[in-house]
Design a binder for this molecule. Structure first.
Ligand SMILES: CC(=O)N[C@H]1[C@@H](OP(=O)(O)OP(=O)(O)OC[C@H]2O[C@@H](n3ccc(=O)[nH]c3=O)[C@H](O)[C@@H]2O)O[C@H](CO)[C@@H](O)[C@@H]1O
Ligand SMILES: C=C(OP(=O)(O)O)C(=O)O
Length: 436
């Protein structure tokens, strides 16, 4: 179990380039299974979850060529379907959440897709109904083995249809889209997730020859095609990383420039941080966070009542940034209610922040009230364990702002989604060491 030692209380300065987006990468990598032709992908983040998926694709028989540290070429022209029945696959598939998205492409192109219950963050129930209900609507037969939590879908030929998703599941929509592009006839997916990463997937598939209309909306209309070809694709910067660096800058009273953020794809993210009183300046395609010497003040609602920040499917605020919002609020002037609607076990990490001296009341598993210190009192260094990827980074931000040396254990959780985080933070002046 890896550990970070962090000496807090140092101001940071400089610029930081966000990595390619983790959650886009997981979709895009699965899409290479849809064609026997070569697909080149750029700006792939070098992080544990993505590397696990690349290794899984390799075992499936995909030819993989590393072109540069963050670019790869993939060619799925000789797929080894026997791997899907192996004990090894049952272990590999469990290793991350994104592996679920190999099912749609395999089902569409080879008539069968299997997956053990996927891994990922332990942040509450993470059901897969949307995925499989979609495949069943397209005509697939579904089976599930309760003993080993193994899912399977099979079909000779998928048939396009109309479907109204029960919820706008991100990976669910991606999975169904990747199945429907090779189905016979037209598929309409209503209540589709429509975040930028899904738009990127749809644009990539269209470049490969798919016919997907409505991209960016919650109604996708897909005319199935016989086959898809190769393409080149470049991942967007990771918006969750971008939000993490905004929070880091404010809480450590540092001046930071976050470069090449693809501002137009950030949705409400900059504004939500502004509601906490943080100055988020647009400079071309960069974000500049000036030094918050006098702290930052949480806005109230127009009627004077306490601000609530909650998550919602895109274009709402992403749940993955609520843990960051929560930690940044601990040093704001004022109070905020953080309401995590999607996941029921994602706020428990606040106990660690309370240990560090933060004023937080966990109202119930979904809601926490934060009363900011306005830097009148600094958080105290402590030893903690990272429970999930975003809580891990939130604790890291807390440690960088705290007095003294903190220890964060189980940093594999952070490495799942943040590339070389210690090296990049040291480059802007953070005192952080990786201890094995
Ligand atoms: C690999 C990947 O891409 N992971 C992301 C993906 O996970 P993932 O695709 O697994 O998440 P889903 O979008 O399926 O749903 C997440 C949770 O939110 C609930 N839900 C979802 C939609 C909805 O309209 N109402 C609702 O309550 C679901 O019941 C579920 O518990 O999307 C999540 C939601 O943005 C992010 O937190 C994850 O980082
Ligand atoms: C919840 C997350 O990831 P995953 O879906 O891969 O567990 C996340 O990226 O915050």
């Amino acid at each position: 179990m890896g550990t970070f030692k962090i000496e807090g209380g140092h101001q940071l300065k400089g610029s930081i380039q966000p990595q390619g987006a983790k959650n886009e990468a997981l979709q895009i990598l699965c899409a290479v299974l849809l064609t026997p032709e070569r697909v080149t992908i750029n700006n792939i983040p070098d992080i544990v979850d993505v590397n696990k998926l690349i290794s899984l694709l390799k075992k499936l028989g995909v030819k993989i060529e590393k072109l540069s540290p963050n670019s790869y070429a993939f060619q799925a022209n000789n797929i080894n379907l026997e791997y899907l029945e192996s004990a090894e696959f049952k272990e590999d598939g469990k290793g991350l959440r994104g592996s679920i998205m190999i099912v749609g492409p395999l089902l569409a192109r080879f008539g069968k897709g299997y997956i053990p219950k996927p891994g990922g963050d332990k942040i509450g129930r993470r059901r897969l109904d949307t995925h499989f209900e979609g495949f069943i609507k397209l005509g697939a037969k579904f089976r599930y083995s309760k003993e080993d939590h193994f899912y399977g879908v099979e079909s000779d030929k998928l048939k396009g249809t109309y479907m109204l998703l029960e919820e706008a599941s991100v990976t669910g929509t991606a999975n169904i889209v990747m199945a429907a592009v090779l189905a016979e006839g037209q598929t309409t997916i209503y209540n589709a997730a429509c975040e930028p990463y899904l738009q990127q997937l749809c644009k990539m598939l269209n470049r490969m020859g798919a016919k997907i209309g409505g991209v960016g909306s919650n109604k996708l209309i897909i005319d199935g095609v016989e086959s898809l070809g190769g393409t080149d694709h470049t991942m967007l910067p990771d918006m969750i990383e971008i939000g993490s660096w905004i929070g880091l800058a404010a809480m450590t009273k540092s001046e930071l420039t976050i470069t090449n953020v693809s501002w137009d794809d950030l949705g409400v993210i900059p504004n939500v941080f502004r509601k906490l009183g943080i100055t988020v300046e647009r400079q071309g395609d960069n974000i500049h966070i000036p030094k918050h010497t006098d702290g930052y003040e949480i806005q109230n609602f127009i009627d004077g009542s306490i601000l609530t920040i909650s998550d919602a499917p895109w274009p709402g605020f992403t749940p993955d940034l609520l843990s960051i919002i929560l930690v940044v609020a601990t040093q704001a002037r004022g109070s905020v209610l953080v309401h995590q609607k999607m996941f029921e076990s994602r706020l428990f990490f606040v106990d660690k922040l309370i240990d560090m001296g933060a004023k937080i009341i966990l109202c119930d598993p979904h809601r926490a009230t934060v009363i900011g210190h306005d830097f009148q009192s600094t958080l105290k260094a402590t030893t903690m364990t990272s429970p999930d990827i975003r809580a891990g980074v939130s604790l890291l931000i807390a440690a960088l702002s705290a007095k003294g040396t903190s220890t964060i254990m189980n940093i594999e959780q952070i490495d799942r989604g943040y590339e070389n985080i210690d090296v990049r933070l040291r480059a802007i002046g953070a005192h952080i060491e990786r201890v094995d």
